[in-house]
Design a protein around this ligand. Structure first.
Ligand code: GRF
Length: 187
């Protein structure tokens, strides 16, 4: 069997999707670094506790180009070949996306192309949808618009709030992301 794909995971917050990716790493991929634009992201502590390499730097004060150059350097130093965004709340610049073209994926809490951007669950409820879900897609310069690699549907229940729906979609995200990442890095 060929070598495992080397994946960098980018987080900004609790990193529950990063944890799911780490827990399912194995023959197909390994996580070589967890990087964050928020040095106090709770997910970083989890990564450190679980023996993963981490990189943290705030773009505040240094500006986006310097931040992204440092991020790019850290990922390359870690030997990353792929980038998985997992609750990374900052837009990557076109230049950064171009450098990693076709090698960045993201998980988004809606059935794309519906509800790109924020507040996906509230928008699905306001629209009277009966089905919500999550998507893993390739990251391009356009927000949440790259090729959809996989989706998981979640039924909307009559009493759902944005919070209760988000909780169930998150469970689906944790199932979907590792599965799709494995297929993607192998194709
Ligand atoms: C998830 O809902 C994901 O779909 C979105 O941001 C949230 C991140 O959650 N992109 P976590 O940090 O992975 O727990």
């Amino acid at each position: 069997m060929s070598a495992r794909a080397r994946v960098a995971v980018l987080i900004s917050g609790r990193g529950s999707n990063m944890q799911a990716l780490a827990e399912h790493a194995g023959d197909d991929y390994e996580i070589v670094v967890v990087a964050s634009d928020r040095p106090n992201a709770p997910g970083l502590a989890w990564a450190i506790q679980h023996g993963l390499s981490t990189f943290a730097l705030s773009p505040k004060d240094i500006g986006k180009p310097v931040f992204e150059a440092a991020l790019d350097g850290a990922l390359r130093e870690a030997g990353a070949e792929w980038i998985a965004l997992a609750g990374y709340m900052r837009l990557l610049s076109d230049a950064f996306v171009a450098k990693w073209r076709g090698r960045i994926v993201n998980i988004h809490p809606s059935l794309l192309p519906k509800y790109k951007g924020l507040d996906t669950h509230a928008r699905a409820l306001a629209a009277g949808d009966t089905v919500a879900g999550c998507s893993v897609h390739v990251v391009t310069e356009e927000l949440d618009a790259g090729e959809v690699l996989g989706q998981h549907e979640v039924a909307i229940l009559p009493d759902d709030t944005a919070e209760t729906l988000a909780e169930r979609v998150l469970v689906a995200e944790h199932r979907l992301y590792p599965t799709v990442l494995k297929e993607f890095v192998r194709r």
